[in-house]
Ligand binder design. Structure first.
Ligand code: GDP
Length: 444
């Protein structure tokens, strides 16, 4: 990926009228921008100064605070100028247009953070933590992202990498000095053995997997026969009118996905087309989508109408589900039966989407199945990419124990280290970097 060092500019705050809006510039020489826009010679670093902002024709655009950061003591590692104006899109756009007239280019999504990465201000896991923090949907996710940003996860990876590097020194040493009669391999300390390193990796993978739920949430499918109240349950869970609720069987022909947050965990609940035999072509497509959603789901809510009980068809549906998929059986419409008829069966969660009864139990059950402890605060936030690289590293460490030839041991350990390097972004493929930074918003 080519490292650009031209001047970039973007509105760093969310669009829409607000008290304050920020335009941010980064590049290796911003003095001419200070002179033109602020009409002053220079600014003191890290000191907010109240200034008039001028456009290219020297007309005042607004009055606000200007903040100057000298390289390398800035977010990007370059010179950075921030203009804090009133949060009017007209003012902010005029400031950006002025910067463009002076030679700046509109920043691409994530380009400020990308520059921070290339200038060594952040490693890749920290850059990813910035995205995760921006998109955090709960206190717990935000705390995990902050901890990753402060380097907690990177340091754990670094510790294992240091052990691997030391181990490689012993192995490479025994290749280079094979004729000297000194047995390097015999002198490897216990904490540098493959077994020890593999144990550390297994522990870190486990920790990382526990945090994954805070980053991407859990996928939940709502399934059951038409008209049992699936859409109504989704509405009650999210307390909004999301899905069209009618009493005509087969209304939900497409999947509707909604995010709900329960105790800091994000659940992506997919309301699916009711599963039944049908000749309707559109409904058939919906049912196909339901099965696709089931394949990707982490858990399923199987809904049935308590008036009818679990029917033969419901049972058949349950039998068709992948055996590994955790399910919660939800008996809906409990408001329609007399109290003494409720006779709830232990494994059912009885609810009424109409009155809201039973929803606390249902939410607790969802938390329980998410595999998260209540009020757990993640020590950092990992992504699937990180776990895949850690597993790749573990695979090569294990292989290095299986092979006999010293050259093969060395090669496996080299590949193991390369996998760890990819986690933090050293020697990472360009296309991966492109993908990571494209997830950012403009101005970050
Ligand atoms: P879906 O086809 O499974 O998504 O079912 P809907 O959510 O569209 O609901 C079908 C019908 O049952 C609608 O008329 C709802 O108002 C009604 N309904 C859903 N849940 C309840 C409930 O808990 N109690 C009562 N009395 N009616 C319900």
């Amino acid at each position: 990926m080519a490292i650009k060092n031209d001047v970039i500019v973007a509105i760093a705050t969310a669009p829409g009228p607000s008290g304050v809006g920020v335009v941010r510039l980064s590049g290796f020489s911003l003095h001419s921008f200070v002179q033109h826009i602020l009409q002053i010679e220079s600014l003191s670093p890290r000191k907010a100064e109240l200034c008039w902002f001028y456009d290219i024709h020297r007309e005042p655009v607004d009055r606000g605070l200007a903040l100057w950061f000298s390289a390398p003591h800035s977010y990007t590692g370059e010179e950075v100028l921030e203009l804090h104006s009133h949060g009017s899109m007209v003012v902010l756009s005029a400031l950006v247009a002025t910067c463009q007239s002076l030679g700046a280019r509109l920043a691409e999504p994530g380009e400020f953070t990308q520059r921070a990465f290339f200038n060594g201000k952040l490693d890749l896991t920290q850059a990813e933590a910035v995205i995760d923090l921006i998109h955090a949907d709960s206190q717990a996710s935000a705390k995990g992202a902050i901890r990753s940003l402060s380097g907690v996860f990177s340091r754990k990876v670094q510790e294992i990498r240091n052990s691997l590097i030391e181990l490689r020194m012993f192995v490479e040493g025994s290749i280079d000095f094979s004729d000297e009669g000194y047995d390097f391999l015999a002198s490897i300390p216990k904490q540098l053995t493959q077994t020890f390193i593999a144990d550390q990796l297994i522990q870190l993978i486990k920790e990382a997997q526990d945090t994954l739920v805070f980053n991407q949430g859990r996928q939940v499918v709502l399934i059951g026969a038409p008209n049992v109240g699936k859409s109504s349950i989704l509405n009650a869970l999210s307390q909004e009118d999301l899905a069209i609720v009618t009493d005509i069987p087969g209304t939900t022909r497409d999947s509707i996905k909604h995010q709900i947050i329960i105790q800091g965990i994000s659940f992506h609940v997919i309301d699916t087309a009711g599963l039944r035999e049908t000749s309707d072509v559109v409904e058939k497509v919906g049912i196909e989508k339901t099965w696709q959603a089931i394949e990707k789901a982490d858990m399923a809510l199987v809904v049935f109408d308590i008036q009818q009980g679990l029917t033969e068809a419901d049972q058949q549906l349950i039998n068709k589900l992948p055996s590994s998929l955790p399910i919660i059986k939800v008996a809906n419409k409990v408001d329609l039966i007399h109290f003494n008829e409720k006779s709830p069966i232990d494994e059912w969660v009885t609810v009424s989407a109409k009155t809201g009864s039973g929803f606390d139990t249902l939410k607790n059950k969802l938390i329980e199945l998410s595999g998260t402890k209540v009020n757990f605060v993640p020590p950092f936030l990992a992504r699937e990419r990180h776990i895949a690289e850690l597993e790749n590293c573990l695979k090569h460490v294990a292989l290095s124990e299986q092979v006999v030839e010293i050259e093969f041991i060395a090669e496996e350990l080299r590949l193991a280290q390369q996998a760890l390097n990819a986690v933090t972004g050293e020697f990472t493929a360009d296309d991966l970097l492109g993908e990571v930074f494209s997830k950012f918003c403009i101005g970050k």
